[in-house]
Design a protein around this ligand. Sequence first.
Ligand code: EZ4
Ligand code: CO
Length: 402
Amino acid sequence: MKILGAKVIVCSPGRNFVTLKIETDEGIYGLGDATLNGRELAVVSYLEDHLVPCLIGRDPFQTEDIWHYFYRGAYWRRGPVTMTAIAAIDMALWDIKGKALGVPVYNLLGGKSRNSVLVYAHATGRDIGETVDEVERYRQKGYLAIRAQSGIPGLASTYGVPKDQKYYEPAERGLPSESLWSTEKYLRHVPKLFEALRNTLGDDLHLLHDVHHRLTPIQAARLGKELEPFHLFWMEDPVAAELQDGFRLIRQHTTTPLAVGEVFNSIWDAEQLMREQLIDYLRMSIVHGGGITAMKKAADFAALYHVQTGAHGASDMSPVCMGAALHLDLAINNFGIQEHMLHNAQTEETFPHAYFFRDGSMYPGDEPGLGVDIKEDVAARFPYERAYLPVNRKEDGTLFHW
Ligand code: EZ4
Ligand code: CO
């Protein structure tokens, strides 16, 4: 089998998605997600101008060689644009392999290590009362694990809290919006949120929280300690993780489990964090972490250090990535949890998929390949619109982590 060509499909069914479609001489095609939120067209160019010309004529079964060809062969290593582009190719090739062999991709990765994939949903509210109600609503839908975020008194907008639309979607059309931040107000508020959640909902539900990179290690240590009575499943991205040494400080002070890595794009971003057992869950996604080939290796490395996976699965990862994630989640031994943020109706219409949700878990389905398709005619109805993630400033105007 040979690769005939590949095309990049950009669409915006409510938000932007970039999808790679690789075609073969046997009529089988594969799909890969190439979406990098707010920087979409950089990946389009990287693929169209630099990678796709090198794919033509290759054997799509050679996922390992092709991965190294584009990783080592670029000379320039890592980085979100490069790794997202490589991930898209890798996903599409695994999809082709599965379709050609007539098996779902999880059967090429070791088969089923479990029956179902535990997922967590996002509950948000403008205040504690609304968030408690939202968590309850998700629980009634069958979710066993729920991330809880709430507005902070005295701050006009907060990460994770929707402005007008029903579901939280951080990217906005037009130029970047700006939000305001106060660490003091945040740290006073969050323990009250989780106290209210446990008092109202009891101890059974898994509760998660995303700090979104906004604390220093010692502040994160304080928060982790104060949240200990409420037994979180995890505290996510407590600090920006470039300084991996910083996590030692958090670890010394708290037993609240830590999840890190949605912005990572290489195992080297997490190598020390895992080797020194400074984190509990690796959040790197297939689309931003270099594909199935790279993430299988990262997961196997994590397993040596008691680290489990908890892949990023926000709505800016397309259904193609969600499908790929579920195959890997089902197959690896050290799977922890999978994020599951709902896609809107137009996205569901654009990307038909075999995966489904039932009783708090998800299932990749048993179709050959990844089990996700794209309707190009539907995609064409939703052309690209420039959109950005917000930027975040402290109340005195200092630019801060978003
Ligand atoms: O900010 O996906 O845990 N989920 C998150 C997300 C990320 C967005 C960035 O594109 O932190 O909301
Ligand atoms: Co996050």
